[in-house]
Design a protein around this ligand. Structure first.
Ligand code: CP
Length: 332
């Protein structure tokens, strides 16, 4: 493995073998595997799980890590090409990334969508502009339209729980006070399609996932024997569901228009997952969410604190799958 940027860069068999490695390292840790290796972590956006689990994974393999949060203890970094840097940014990523890369054996970068121009975010403009600045192994810690570490952890979580390969996976939009990025929903539908599941995107009108995101998942489904469709009919989507994967995201019908997005979501506060959403699912239907989640806006306490919720297992699996990713990337 040279980089870990997108599950689509790997065959299904390679991903299954990575998940197998994660399970092996859970049972048989290798505390010296990455002795002397250093992981650099560059976060343009906040994190709890990704930050802590990557540092923990490196330590568990005998390596080390450093963290840079631009503007918080280090220089504010400019990412735009051709910018006249007379504002807050004191340094450009074109200098900063090669410098950081020279201090480490692999570099992880988190940079969310700008949320203004859908075409630019779909093209991963910000992440790709930084990726081209180093030859070192690179890890996507969440970009505009992708979160491969979360997706792999979610795949392992479903395997751990013996969720059938062809089971019904419903990705449901949930309410949030403002527009959130598309990275997790895009990565989740792609992962579930790649796993071979019956994937349904449940969302209100105006919140359909962009066609390139659906097309990518459709291709993965075709390859793995899964299916993909979308609906706004909650009862129909949830009937017989094995997994309800909950996520908040912005209105794609008016991407980048904060006022129009706010108007569209103003009547949708009822899209908060409560126990009555499970009336027609399978009895053992589980609830997934990548976290962080706002209680009683996206998911009610009664669900998050109930037996269906596997959000903590997903979070714990971030450590196990990333341990495998680092092992594959960096072990000599
Ligand atoms: N799910 C996830 O990536 O969590 P953080 O944003 O806390 O890293």
């Amino acid at each position: 493995m040279k980089h870990f940027l997108d599950l689509a860069d790997f065959s299904r068999e390679e991903l299954l073998s990575l998940l197998e490695l994660a399970r092996r390292l859970e049972k048989q840790p290798e505390p010296r595997a990455l002795a002397g290796k250093i992981l650099g972590l560059l976060f343009f956006n906040p994190s709890l799980r990704t930050l802590a689990s990557f540092q923990a994974a490196m330590a568990r393999l005998g390596g080390n890590s450093f963290v840079i949060n631009p503007g918080h203890g280090s220089w504010v970094l400019e990412t735009r090409r051709g910018a006249v840097m007379d504002g807050a940014a004191a340094e450009h990523v074109r200098e900063a990334i090669p410098a950081l890369a020279s201090y480490c054996d692999a570099l992880g970068i988190r940079v969310f969508a700008e949320g203004r121009d859908l075409a630019s975010d779909l093209a991963e403009t910000a992440f790709n502009a930084m990726a081209e600045l180093t030859e070192k192994p690179l890890i996507n810690l969440e970009s505009a339209l992708n979160h491969p570490c979360q997706a792999l952890a979610d795949w392992k979580t479903m395997d751990d729980l013996a969720v059938p390969r062809a089971g019904r996976f419903v990705l449901s939009w949930a309410w949030h006070p403002r527009a959130l990025p598309l990275a997790v929903p895009a990565a989740a539908v792609h992962m579930a399609a790649l796993r071979g599941m019956e994937v349904i995107v449940l969302r209100p009108e105006g919140f359909a996932l962009p066609e390139p995101v659906m097309e990518r998942a459709r291709r993965a489904a075709a390859h793995s024997g899964g299916t993909l469709r979308e609906t706004s009919d909650r009862d129909e989507a949830l009937a017989g569901a094995d997994i309800l994967y909950v996520k908040e995201w912005g209105a794609t019908a008016c991407y980048g228009d904060t006022a129009a997005d706010a108007k569209l979501r103003s009547t949708l506060a009822g899209w908060c997952v409560r126990n009555d959403w499970f009336a027609r699912t399978k009895a053992e239907c589980r609830v997934m969410h990548c976290l962080p989640v706002r209680r009683n806006t996206a998911i009610a306490d009664e669900v998050l604190d109930g037996a269906r919720s596997v959000v903590q297992r997903e979070a714990a699996n971030r450590l196990t799958v990333q341990t495998a990713v680092l092992h594959q990337l960096l072990k000599s």
